[in-house]
Design a protein around this ligand. Structure first.
Ligand code: FUB
Length: 441
């Protein structure tokens, strides 16, 4: 059985490219380097089609060993799992994760009532693993209310932990108790920030604390920052370090990995829609006086640090020949002589891969080989009859020649009784094969 962090060698990238994650829409990246030496991104998930930010749900985590090749670790929490949450679900907004005493604490903002913007709370789910096995533990007493979103938790070198959050022009901070699920005393306003909107993030470098955040620039938020000698301020405003990304919201995090600093943020380059966003990475540099240089937003992203473990792991490939197709989709042979499923532009068209081996059951990576001449075509994914997500298929140059890849991690049943179904009707594309790689959980 493969190691779950492996990336098939044929999919390894030379630079991370921006946007970084293309298969599903992701936003609000919170990045952390954990004790296993890997970097993890805890992102929110823009559900497609979007309705503002109302339908956001089903957090996914992504991990990497080289900052370039990223593994979708799968979904870790959805609104249905939140017993205290608003009955209509959705509104799983910008999260963060912290690690202390052998436990990963996943913090997320979610309303407790139908009147969503008045009822924000900060929920906490915990796990002994960084990217799976999370169980909701309820919300942090005393936190929340109107527009109070976007939790960020910073654990200092002395192991004391601090919670920051805010929205509607107010940013608050406070110390967490040892239990990591309650506040020691009161939250207080973070003073000294200029034009704070939301998306607080705190990190420390050379003894100095940095608080970064999104500002209020109409329709095109930028990222600003302030510094302090103390984790709870008062803060000294230092300037803007991320100019507009073209998206109406901005939200980012800063992390150091193998000696280099990075900014994680989102834009709307894939969809052109402000509520279908995609996470990105670019380098972040400091000046001698500790100020942050303006981040240069690139298409190529960053270069690998070290090597990602690539392999051709235990996997199962399902060429188009073994699928069942219908609704206007047909099996055809492309110019390379490969059998593919075509006709997936037709409303109601589908292809189905049956008898997929889920190994012992649990997480499995699904890599889909496709070709499309559309700028952005989509397939709707169902696993064992359950609606999963839309899969993005980005322009590959020609529907016949160039193969693109989309990768998503799903949960399968043990054994060979699994069915993966794609429904078309959202742009022309052909599917050549899927490869399914069970995780070694
Ligand atoms: O993604 C939903 C909300 O949009 C986040 O909580 C904000 O920071 C903004 O990115």
């Amino acid at each position: 059985m493969m190691r779950n962090e492996s990336i098939p060698a044929s999919l390894a990238k030379a630079t991370s490219r921006n946007p970084l994650i293309t298969t599903i829409f992701t936003a609000d990246p919170s990045a952390h380097v954990w004790e296993d030496g890997k970097v993890y991104i805890y992102a929110s998930h823009d559900m497609d089609p979007a309705r503002g930010c109302d339908l956001m749900d089903r957090y996914h985590v992504f991990s990497s060993e080289d900052m370039v090749n990223w593994v979708d670790e799968g979904e870790i929490l959805r609104s249905e799992d939140v017993a205290w949450g608003r009955p209509e679900g959705g509104f799983m907004w910008a999260p963060d994760c912290a690690y202390k005493n052998g436990v990963y604490y996943f913090y997320y903002p979610h309303p407790s009532g139908s009147n969503w913007n008045d009822t924000w709370k900060i929920g906490v789910a915990t796990s002994e693993k960084p990217a799976s096995g999370f169980t909701d533990q309820g919300y942090i007493p005393g936190l929340g209310g109107f527009a109070l979103i976007d939790p960020c938790v910073f654990v200092d070198e002395d192991d004391r932990a601090y919670m920051y959050y805010g929205g509607g022009s107010r940013c608050e901070g406070g110390e967490l108790n040892e239990d990591m699920v309650s506040i020691n005393g009161e939250m207080r306003e973070m003073l000294g920030l200029e034009d704070f909107h939301e998306a607080a993030w705190v990190f420390k470098r050379e003894g100095l604390y940095y608080l970064t955040y999104a500002d209020n620039l109409e329709g095109n938020n930028r990222m600003r920052y302030a510094t302090s000698e103390h984790p709870l301020g008062p803060w000294t405003y230092r300037g803007i370090f991320l100019e507009p990304t073209g998206c109406s919201t901005t939200h980012g995090s800063v992390a150091q990995f193998k000696g280099q600093w990075y900014l994680f943020y989102h834009n709307q380059d894939i969809s052109g829609e402000g509520n279908l966003r995609s996470i990105c990475i670019d380098y972040l540099y400091f000046n001698e006086d500790g100020s942050i240089r303006t981040v240069v937003q690139t298409k190529e992203g960053v270069h690998p640090v070290g090597a990602a473990p690539t392999s051709e792991p235990y996997s199962q490939s399902y060429p188009a020949a073994v699928t069942s197709v219908g609704g206007g989709a047909t099996l055809e042979t492309n110019v390379q002589g490969t059998q593919v499923v075509a006709g997936l532009h037709a409303e109601g068209s589908y292809c189905e891969f049956q008898g997929v081996d889920g190994g012992q059951g649990g997480r499995a990576a699904v890599h889909i080989r496709y070709a499309t001449e559309e700028r952005l075509a989509k397939l709707n994914l169902k696993v064992n009859g359950e609606d999963h997500s839309f899969i993005n298929a980005l322009f590959t140059g020609s529907e016949q020649d160039n193969i693109g890849n989309a990768s998503i991690t799903v949960v399968l049943k043990p054994g060979e009784d699994n069915c993966i179904r794609f429904t078309g009707g959202h742009g022309e594309l052909s599917v050549e094969s899927i490869t399914v790689i069970p995780f070694a959980d």
